[in-house]
Design a protein around this ligand. Structure first.
Ligand SMILES: Cc1cc2nc3c(=O)[nH]c(=O)nc-3n(C[C@H](O)[C@H](O)[C@H](O)COP(=O)(O)O)c2cc1C
Length: 419
């Protein structure tokens, strides 16, 4: 028999600890997002479909992106125990300068489309967190305005070498004059990947108002208010005649760029130079031998070649081939700080985040990007603690194995590695 009694009002009062309601809607929304996936959900709710899909989508069947994310989910960590790590140091030295965290913000084109604060929010959040920010050639904020948003921190510039070489050279000179310290030369875009969501949505630059976009706008008034009441949404460094992003890329990009272009850019650029979009061991070694300062293993977030190699899978082999002294960075598919920790353990010096940053931006402008960085920072610190390491330098390959569902079959039978 359960013994019952009358409720005691004093005890009841103890239990009733109602929190003061958060009146700032943006803060409430962002605080409730505990993961990057949560930020993506908020972003989707608040952003018109065509803009969200442009960001969230990838090329063709989106297999490159799905597989890259899957590869991170298939990481198995191996913690050490009883190793006191009362504090964790997440800082790194990368390309001749400091970063408070082992990741920076990747270059993304047309960023003010996602949310009107665009690159200024990204650069400001990077400045506050002490990490590098990368401005894209196809950015919607000028080199000088990014510098103003991150005047004392590290700015990197991403270069596309275009058919009209003078445009690219002039941007390189301007970025150098503004004190950007690193150039990321992207080489995986001889032509645009097939971004099918953009085609299906009839998405064009500049965005067109159709019956569909107007209906889609109704539940997202704030995006439209921003769009209509802030400076025109356009590329900061490029004039266009309009079209889909794919058409614009095809018109601007030169499919004949080669090592000769690299030599020209090397002469123009006084700072560090890294090649972004490297996808095999041979090219990694060749680039090291050509004297660049580093590479980014990347398949462009799955937006170019579909079914491309998974950068995270390439990492250990590339690290072995290029040796310890050459800078290897990685991106594509990072959705959790633990993905970053796993990358560092397998030999990455640094990582870049594309969509993780943009989901935060769409979810809440500058504060949303701050939230992205805070979530990743917490996940990195917690994962390091749970692994029993107190600095990034202590991470090693033994901390990570991968479940084999996505491991590639070797090209040649003699290469087969028995795991
Ligand atoms: C919306 C969007 C625009 C991008 N624009 C560029 C660009 O202009 N130049 C470039 O080198 N990479 C660009 N990227 C690729 C990113 O720099 C990065 O490689 C990729 O986003 C990493 O994958 P993740 O989004 O899974 O983090 C873009 C990516 C996205 C999502």
């Amino acid at each position: 028999m359960v013994q019952r009694q009358l409720p005691n009002p004093a005890e009841l009062l103890e239990l009733m600890k109602f929190k003061k309601p958060e009146l700032d809607g943006r803060k409430r929304r962002l605080d409730a997002a505990l993961t990057i996936a949560d930020l993506r959900t908020v972003a989707k709710r608040r952003t018109p479909k065509a803009a969200f899909d442009y960001t969230d989508g990838a090329a063709e069947g989106e297999l490159s992106l799905t597989r890259a994310r899957q590869a991170f989910q298939d990481v198995e960590f191996h913690p050490g125990i009883l190793r006191p790590a009362p504090t964790v140091d997440t800082s790194v030295e990368i390309l001749g300068g400091p970063s408070a965290l082992p990741f920076g913000i990747a270059p993304t084109g047309f960023t003010r489309l996602m949310q009107t604060e665009g690159e200024v929010a990204g650069a400001g959040a990077a400045a506050a967190a002490g990490i590098p920010f990368t401005l894209s050639t196809l950015g919607t904020t000028s080199i000088e305005d990014v510098k103003a948003a991150n005047p004392h921190g590290r700015n990197w510039f991403q270069l596309y070498v275009m058919r009209d070489r003078e445009i690219s050279y002039e941007l390189t000179r301007r970025a150098a004059a503004a004190g950007f310290d690193t150039l990321q030369f992207t080489v995986d875009t001889p032509v645009a990947g097939a971004r099918l969501r953009d085609k299906r949505n009839g998405f064009s630059i500049p965005p067109q108002l159709t019956l569909g976009t107007i209906v889609n706008a109704i539940p997202r008034p704030w995006w439209w208010y921003d769009f209509l009441t802030t400076p025109k949404l356009e590329f900061a460094s490029l004039s266009t005649t309009g079209g889909t992003v794919g058409e614009l890329l095809d018109a601007a990009m030169d499919p004949t760029i080669s090592y000769d272009d690299l030599a020209v850019i090397r002469d123009l650029w006084p700072g560090k130079i890294v090649i972004k979009g490297v996808q095999n061991v041979e090219d990694s070694v060749r680039l090291r031998d050509a004297g660049v300062d580093g590479i980014v293993l990347s398949n462009h977030g799955g937006r170019q070649l579909d079914r491309a190699p998974i950068p995270f899978h390439l990492l250990p082999e590339v690290r072995r081939a290029v040796g310890d002294d050459f800078t290897v960075m990685i991106d594509t598919g990072i959705m959790n700080g633990a993905d970053i920790v796993a990358s560092v353990a397998l030999g990455a010096d640094f990582t870049l985040i594309g969509r993780a940053y943009l989901y935060g931006l769409m979810a809440g402008g500058r504060q949303g990007v701050d939230r992205t960085i805070a979530i990743l920072r917490t996940e990195i610190e917690r994962t390091m603690r749970l692994l029993g390491v107190s600095s990034l330098a202590e991470l090693e390959p033994a901390h990570v194995t991968q479940l084999t569902r996505l491991v590639p079959v070797a090209r040649d039978a003699s290469d087969v590695v028995v795991r």
